[in-house]
Design a protein around this ligand. Structure first.
Ligand SMILES: Cc1cc2nc3c(=O)[nH]c(=O)nc-3n(C[C@H](O)[C@H](O)[C@H](O)COP(=O)(O)OP(=O)(O)OC[C@H]3O[C@@H](n4cnc5c(N)ncnc54)[C@H](O)[C@@H]3O)c2cc1C
Length: 301
């Protein structure tokens, strides 16, 4: 069967794209390599998705998935390994299956580079997103680990909410744009812990103790914080689409608010796309735009 739309990745962006394309009367195949729902299933509490004062990421994802299923989405649990386009039809080769579709929505999201030492406290005082979780630490002391644009921007964002922000960086030089760096240096409540790495995290949610190691002399020290934000960078996974769309220097798909790529019929939605704000709302918004654009493209064939 040749589907009207194949969606690669069943996170919020992909599932929303499926809902919009299905409601436009198209047949849709969702292909997901791991578990349906994507990143947000890791979050025990979401407080910024309109319509829900508080909801677990799992419940939110379940609701969206059931909506897509009830509209007739087909699901294949498999990893897309390559995508080609011949004679106007996309061919998606997966680990165990192959599929054809008239259009494709890339919704592969991203992974946050993890800090192994902090893994046991993920969702229990350790976060990967200041916009998502910063409000839980209003008036408290938090730490951010990292030294790039993301880490510096997260520290600035948290400095407006928290009493104190400790930025832990393994070097003294920062890989952030000058304008961002100027704002960072102007914040009186950001304390820099340079030439330090986080070796261990102990304590309990809300009262964490970080063991820091000095990269120069190997000495260790302890830092007590209410929360730890890990900002070591993002890992997108869009290599399989590199022939059909442009990827930026970080590996994100070069597509604007219209979600179109350089290949007709190929769209990109959600965190996998080059964009400024990576949130559930922007993933859902992209999904709507891409799902409708894919349906329109199929109508025009
Ligand atoms: C712990 C945590 C807490 C968060 N909290 C909030 C919050 O409170 N509020 C908020 O707005 N945002 C929050 N976010 C961010 C939010 O989850 C993301 O912005 C959003 O989920 C992105 O959705 P997406 O569909 O673009 O990508 P993802 O959720 O990353 O989904 C992409 C999916 O594609 C699949 N995939 C990737 N490659 C392939 C392939 N080759 N073949 C098949 N499948 C593939 C992946 O397995 C994944 O399931 C949080 C993120 C995390 C990690």
């Amino acid at each position: 069967m040749t589907y009207d739309v194949a969606v690669v990745g069943a996170g919020i962006a992909g599932m929303t794209a499926a809902i919009y394309a299905l409601r436009a009367g198209k047949s849709v195949l969702l292909i997901e390599k791991e578990s349906v729902g994507g990143q947000i299933t890791l979050s025990p509490k979401v407080e910024n998705y309109p319509g829900f004062t508080e909801i677990s990421g799992l419940d939110l994802a379940d609701g969206v998935f059931n909506q897509a299923l009830s509209l007739g989405a087909a699901l294949e649990v498999d990893e897309v390994k390559s995508v080609t386009k011949e004679g106007g039809v996309f061919r998606l080769v997966c680990g165990y299956s192959e599929h054809e579709a008239k259009s494709v929505v890339i919704a592969t999201g991203l992974r946050h580079r993890r800090l192994d030492a902090a893994a046991p406290f993920e969702g229990q005082g350790v976060s990967y997103c200041a916009v998502c979780d910063g409000a839980f630490y209003r008036g408290k002391t938090v730490a951010v680990v990292g030294g790039g644009n993301t880490a510096v921007s997260e520290a600035i964002y948290l400095a407006d909410i928290c009493e104190k922000v400790c930025l832990i960086h393994r070097r003294t030089g920062y890989r952030a744009e000058k304008a961002v760096m100027d704002r960072f240096l102007a914040k009186p409540n950001i304390e820099r812990h340079e030439n330090k790495t986080v070796e261990a995290v102990s304590g309990e949610a809300g009262n964490l103790v970080l063991t820091l190691k000095d990269t120069q002399d190997g000495s260790t020290s302890e830092l007590a914080v209410s929360g730890l934000f890990v900002a070591l960078g993002h890992i997108p996974a869009n290599g399989v689409f590199a022939e059909l769309c442009e990827l930026d220097e970080s590996g994100f798909v070069a597509a604007d608010e219209t979600c179109m790529t350089k290949t007709p019929g190929l769209f990109a939605a959600g965190d996998c796309r080059r964009k400024a704000v990576r949130q559930l709302t922007t993933a859902a918004a992209d999904g709507a735009v891409a799902g409708l654009a894919a349906a329109k493209y199929v109508d025009g064939l």
